[in-house]
Design a protein. Structure first.
Length: 174
């Protein structure tokens, strides 16, 4: 994946996490996924989201966004509603993990001066960390509870805190 594709994928991923990725219960069974085709698919090469290639099929949920702007250029958004249903697949061994759609709340503060942002999610959140992040990935983790991370303008994430109630999706698909 070249740098432009990486930034585009990271931008999409950051947007999805801010708007779409809130989850319900996990199921290690492809049969629980919707019978309709996914709304979108993300494919990550090995070493980026997991040590192996990872495919994520996305069935969009329904969210409501509120955006607030102040005189200093800070933008704060709150997104609430039903997140996306996701199916994670390890193409090498065919194992899948499905997360059904559920409710969550995401708070994002964007800093206009440098393009960075801080995101606080409550509920169910999947956080994908690349090798350029802190702590360095590859890792794909489902957090249940609260997770806080920061991002610079290039979408390099720094995990600030995360619930101890978490599932290592890469390990589950190994």
């Amino acid at each position: 994946m070249n740098n432009m594709s990486r930034l585009s994928a990271r931008h999409l991923l950051a947007y999805m996490m801010a708007v779409l990725l809130s989850y319900g219960s996990l199921a290690i069974a492809a049969s629980t996924a919707p019978s309709t085709p996914p709304d979108s698919v993300l494919d990550f090469p090995g070493g980026l989201a997991c040590s192996f290639a990872l495919s994520i099929e996305i069935w969009d949920g329904k969210q409501h966004d509120n955006v607030f702007k102040d005189k200093n250029g800070f933008v704060r958004s709150i997104t609430a509603g039903t997140g996306s249903a996701l199916r994670f697949t390890n193409p090498a061994n065919g194992k899948t993990l499905f997360t059904k759609s559920d409710g969550a709340v995401n708070h994002i503060t964007t800093y206009a001066l440098d393009g960075s942002f801080t995101e606080t999610n409550t509920g169910h959140t999947v956080l994908i960390l690349f090798p350029t992040d802190t702590p360095p990935g590859p890792s794909t983790t489902l957090y249940v509870g609260k997770v806080v991370f920061m991002s610079d303008a290039d979408f390099n994430f720094t995990l600030v805190s995360g619930s101890e109630n978490k599932t290592d999706i890469c390990a589950a698909l190994s």
